[in-house]
Write a protein of this length. Sequence first.
Length: 257
Amino acid sequence: MTKPLLIADGLTKRYGAVTACDKVSFSLDEGEVLAIVGESGSGKSTLLNMLACRLAPDMGEVRYRMRDAETRNLAGLSEAERRLLMRTDWGFVHQDAAQGLRMNVSAGGNIGERLMAVGGRNYGGIRQAAADWLSRVEIDTARMDHKPTTYSGGMRQRLQIARNLVTSPRLVFMDEPTGGLDVSVQARLLDLIRGLVADMGLAVVLVTHDLAVARLLSHRILVMKNGHVIETGLTDRVLDDPQAPYTQLLVSSVLAA
Ligand code: ADP
Ligand code: MG
């Protein structure tokens, strides 16, 4: 058996009297899609940000199997190692595209910038890769030199995905990637994400309050409430036969955010 790609071990974060995340542990395999679900304020984003090295835990640690197969405690990485990991092996898709894109740089530039950050120097090659990725996320390449400020919400999310995937990462973090979009736009985006994740064999940690999104994209679910993991298991099992009373409420939509 291959070792897990990512291990969360006792992750804890407090904000004053609020424990946003309380001793959360789990592991994620290569190519596995894990959905973190729970109502608003349950600690999903806090957990995701600790996993992605964007927020330091008060207690606990995250271990990651690097490309050289060595498993490292992320807290022990140098700043240069951490930045390289974030630019090459990882992606992070924000709910708010403005946080994940450079809004005043052209779409092609948004994608090309990531390739340059990992050493790409050939202008023609970078432009071609950017065009290829725009097509892959169903954006007309005629829009390549336009800024994302001129894009619709759905297009911005697709561009954000292209920017994240152009370096062929192994792991992508997503925080409510389809949140705030119209239902039909969401459906198209979900289809696209599902296809890309399968094609590229990506591991994904996906935060969503929408169980339908978790159902469509994830293999496994972690249910959170008040910073605690209430229940975890295979997606179909958790959604079809929830064990914890809280999950039963969540599934019956009583708590749907
Ligand atoms: P979710 O993503 O599930 O909506 P969050 O992780 O954003 O939940 O928040 C979990 C809890 O931690 C909430 O009670 C929230 O108010 C609190 N919290 C999150 N970030 C901060 C912060 N930067 N400062 C103070 N409290 C925070
Ligand atoms: Mg959140």
